[in-house]
Design a protein around this ligand. Structure first.
Ligand SMILES: [Zn+2]
Length: 392
């Protein structure tokens, strides 16, 4: 049998290599140019979601690499709270929470895919939910701003005590030693340069019956707490992110007492350090509040949830604000962060359901559908000017 015997020609592989390398360089340049353009149009493209449970970490890591990175997402805020095996204060540790090895898997996949990873622990507010106190107040009940408010037999809103979530007392002399240890531990294990402290929906602050806070100005108390946390992070070159609702005036804006403040904290917008980044959440409308934050010298991202119409308008507004702002204001309009308020497992189920089936939960609003529509529109910014975004 005669077999074909190839004759080695040194020129052919060389040519092929040159062509392949050139094509790769061109593709990389095009892709790099597209990302650069996107960074210019919308610097922060993020998601905020509950940190996965340990059993969900591997599937969440795949989700980050295969779905988030490929959609040009560059910021991931994970709400950790007490879902972590803290060692700095073992009494606040959750033995079935994330281990440092779990977190390192998240750190590696985010770093590999150029995604900024930011942990969140709720400070000040959100220290209870309905009838259950959070871990901090379970272990340290003396930190409670309103210890006289009894746990109701059955929780309902509204209620005579105005109990939405409990707060810790920001003037308790021991509280910061404890919570700052947790903040530092989270920031270290997440290897991050930013930390999200929550600080939304703080209904209890400066209560008249609190022996430390009674009679004090609530805006000043809120601003002082923000400043204290910001200064602590600053010592390690880390930036503070918070939700923006306590800095907006509910009465003047008509936004209601969740999306804005009706308990006297709104003046803090002019009192907090200008390098705090504001996550401005509005779920049913594209309010113009990013302009308010930017005009007060603060960086801001818009945060939608389940409503794609509102999300796409917020995206359109954010890109237009950047186009139209003065050079001083422009860098304050930072981008958009999709919020997810289900657990990570439910979100992944919805996400893959929508991605794989056109009729999955058809007609229902959910965060996964909103995320997909929003990030499809963000991807289109690589190609189209902002005024050609899908009209809603
Ligand atoms: Zn107090």
């Amino acid at each position: 049998m005669v077999r074909y015997k190839p004759v080695f020609d040194p020129v052919k592989p060389l040519l092929a290599n040159i062509i392949l390398t050139t094509l790769c360089l061109l593709a990389a340049e095009r892709s790099g140019r597209a990302e650069n353009t996107l960074d210019e149009v919308l610097p922060i493209r993020g998601m905020c979601i509950a940190a996965p449970n340990p059993s969900q970490v591997d599937s969440f890591v795949s989700f980050i690499a295969q779905e988030l990175a490929t959609r040009s997402l560059n910021t991931l805020i994970l709400r950790v709270d007490y879902n972590y095996q803290y060692t700095s204060h073992p009494e606040l540790s959750n033995p079935s929470g994330l281990s440092s090895a779990d977190v390192k898997k998240l750190v590696v996949v985010c770093r590999t895919n150029h995604i900024r990873l930011i942990p969140q622990l709720n400070l000040l507010g959100h220290q209870s939910w309905q009838r259950s106190n959070g871990k901090l107040l379970q272990v340290y009940p003396e930190f409670d701003e309103t210890p006289w408010v009894k746990v109701p037999e059955r929780y309902a809103w509204p209620n005579p005590d105005g109990l939405y979530c409990r707060s810790y007392c920001p003037l308790h002399p021991k509280v910061h030693e404890v919570v700052f240890s947790l903040v530092d531990e989270l920031c270290d294990v997440f290897e991050t340069d930013a930390f999200h402290a929550g600080m939304d929906e703080v209904f209890y602050i400066g209560e008249s019956k609190c022996p430390r806070c009674g009679g004090k100005d609530k805006a000043e108390l809120f601003a002082k707490e923000v400043t204290l946390i910001r200064d602590h992070l600053k010592t390690k070159q880390r930036r503070l992110w918070i939700w923006g609702d306590r800095l907006l005036d509910a009465r003047l804006t008509g936004m209601g007492e969740w999306e804005a403040s009706s308990n006297g904290t709104a003046r803090a917008i002019g009192l907090i350090p200008k390098d705090v980044l504001i996550c401005d959440w509005h779920y049913e409308r594209a309010d113009l509040s990013p302009v308010c934050f930017a005009m007060n010298g603060l960086g801001v991202v818009s945060c939608p949830w389940k409503n794609p119409n509102a999300a796409l308008r917020q995206l359109q507004d954010m890109t237009r604000f950047r186009e139209q702002a003065t050079p001083v204001m422009k860098p304050r309009f930072q981008g958009i962060v999709q919020t997810v308020w289900s657990d990570a497992g439910s979100f992944l189920k919805d996400y893959y359901g929508h991605r794989n089936g056109a009729d999955y939960k058809s007609g229902q609003k959910d965060a996964a559908r909103c995320f997909i529509e929003l990030f499809d529109a963000i991807q289109s910014l690589k190609r189209e000017p902002a005024d050609e975004l899908p009209k809603r």
